[in-house]
Write a new protein. Structure first.
Length: 208
């Protein structure tokens, strides 16, 4: 897992690259359909070996579109590719460390389809970080309107905890970038939507 210092370096690169004037002009009427190539990595054809039915993939895209309905983005499933590779299934997850990370790099290189505007289901593609961070005093997720949060949320609390009592607001337990239960996750903030739009314009459209 990357350290917060590495995240800050990435953030500085994003701030340097993004064209704010272009982003502000374009984001107001952003209406982007993102083609999705879904790669289902499994070690075999049974549920125990990681196989998921295509209906589950289709349902996931439907839920994704519901979640992103207010952001200016929608997603269209272009393909669902089933790959049976026990090594990738066991050792190519997002939190793997070296030397296992070589399998993740190999997997992404072989499976990637499309260009910079095409979504492959890998990690925080829309340039949003989790709402929780290592400290109440750092920059958190680099979004101004998400409250500071020290601990990820478990379940769906009736009352949102306040893990950073010295900072405004309680923990954003309903935010999609927290770890709350699915039933609890209902929103992006305006700042997160703006960041997604600026990131897409800066990194995806300009790179396509």
């Amino acid at each position: 897992m990357r350290s917060y210092e590495q995240v800050k370096i990435d953030e500085a690169s994003f701030q340097e690259k993004k064209n704010l004037s272009k982003a502000k002009q374009s984001a107001l009427n952003l209406n982007v359909v993102i083609p999705v190539h879904w790669h289902a990595i499994q070690s075999g054809d049974s549920l125990a070996e990681g196989h998921i039915p295509e209906s589950q993939v289709i349902d996931s895209i439907k839920v994704l579109n519901e979640d992103y309905a207010t952001t200016g983005f929608s997603f269209k499933l272009e393909s669902a590719n089933y790959v049976t590779n026990a090594t990738w299934f066991e050792a190519a997850g997002p939190d793997t460390d070296y030397p296992e990370r070589v399998y993740q790099t190999e997997m992404k290189g072989k499976l990637h389809q499309g260009n910079a505007t095409t979504l492959n289901i890998y990690c925080h593609w829309m340039n949003l970080y989790h709402t929780f961070s290592e400290s109440c005093d750092d920059d958190g997720d680099f979004v101004d309107d998400t409250p500071a949060q020290l601990n990820s949320t478990k379940g769906c609390p009736t009352v949102a905890p306040d893990s950073c009592p010295g900072r405004p607001g309680r923990d954003p337990i309903h935010n999609y970038m927290d770890y709350s239960s699915d039933i609890c996750l209902t929103e992006f903030t305006r700042g997160q939507i703006r960041r997604m739009q600026e990131s897409f314009i800066s990194f995806r459209i300009d790179s396509a």
